[in-house]
Design a protein around this ligand. Structure first.
Ligand code: KIV
Length: 286
């Protein structure tokens, strides 16, 4: 329990939700106020995704995101959250050199306020890192299917696990992540049937993004569901709002009112008292 009597969501809660067949909800966030609203709406988990490379920093992919970037946004998000489980992405190359670097980087994200880290892939090297992190007391979420940090070797934004053989390969990778201590796995851009089979054959929960309705939970990028991101929106995104238009209308109006002198009106200004105004007039005209 927190001081406000709020029971925080933990990795154990994830397990319980899967066992009870209750869906797990997750959204990305990158700043304090958005994280606070997501938390207040009862979403189970908040991911500081390295998608911030696109949504916040304006890059084309996640490749340029650094551990320093992730630390800044992890601090901001953590400050807004009381209940949701905060997970931070480990960015490209932050867990690929050796165990010391991986642990140091993951540890920094935990010290910045995350309660778990997420990393992509399931090579023997990565599985070793996952084992080492969980043995060091750091909760780990895996990420399979389309893994954006591998964009250059994957060759583009393609659905993964489109055959029986590839689905079994993905399931085996997921099982190895589970054996090495991951408490949940994000499945990105995977056919619904494949994701269903994988989810049913794991004891840890899967969180789908473009992986259909049978995953144990769902995650989407906050900018996408709010209709804020100016770039391409993937097929799997449902836009629940058009914040872009709301923002642009407000900005246009502000720009117009400043240019015309309508803003700031009296309502938005501070004034001297009448007495001080008279003294002021007297003194400047003396
Ligand atoms: O970076 C991110 O936001 C993610 C989610 C899309 C799963 O990894």
């Amino acid at each position: 329990m927190t001081a406000d009597n709020i029971k925080p969501v933990t990795s154990k809660t994830f397990k319980k939700l899967k066992e009870n067949k209750e869906k797990i909800t997750m959204l990305t966030a990158y700043d304090f106020s958005t994280a606070k609203y997501i938390d207040e709406c009862g979403v189970d988990s908040i991911l500081i995704g390295d998608s911030l490379g696109m949504t916040i920093l304006g890059y084309e992919t996640t490749i340029k995101v650094t551990i320093e970037d992730m630390l800044t946004f992890t601090k901001a998000v953590s400050n807004g959250v009381k209940r949701a489980l905060v997970i931070a992405d480990m960015p490209f190359l932050s867990y690929h050199l050796n165990k010391e670097q991986t642990t140091l980087n993951a540890g920094k994200l935990i010290q910045a306020g995350a309660k778990a880290v997420k990393l992509e892939g399931a090579s023997d090297f990565i599985l070793d890192e996952v084992y080492h992190l969980t043995q060091s007391g750091i909760n780990v979420v895996g990420h399979l299917g389309f893994t954006p940090q591998y964009i250059n070797t994957l060759g583009g934004y393609f659905v993964q696990g489109k055959t029986y053989e590839n689905t079994i390969k993905m399931l085996n990778a997921a099982k190895k992540l589970e054996e090495n201590g991951a408490f949940s796995i994000v499945l990105e851009m995977v056919p619904e049937e494949s994701a269903k089979y994988i989810s049913e054959n794991l004891s840890i929960p899967t969180i789908g993004i473009g992986a259909g309705k049978y995953c144990d939970g769902q995650v989407l990028v906050i900018d996408d569901i709010l209709g804020k991101y100016p770039g391409n929106i993937p097929k799997f995104v449902k836009q629940y709002s058009n914040i872009k238009e709301i923002m642009k209308n407000a900005i246009l109006q502000y720009n117009q009112e400043v240019k015309s002198g309508d803003f700031p009106s009296k309502e938005y200004s501070f004034n001297l008292t009448n007495e001080e105004k008279d003294r002021f007039e007297y003194l400047i005209n003396k």
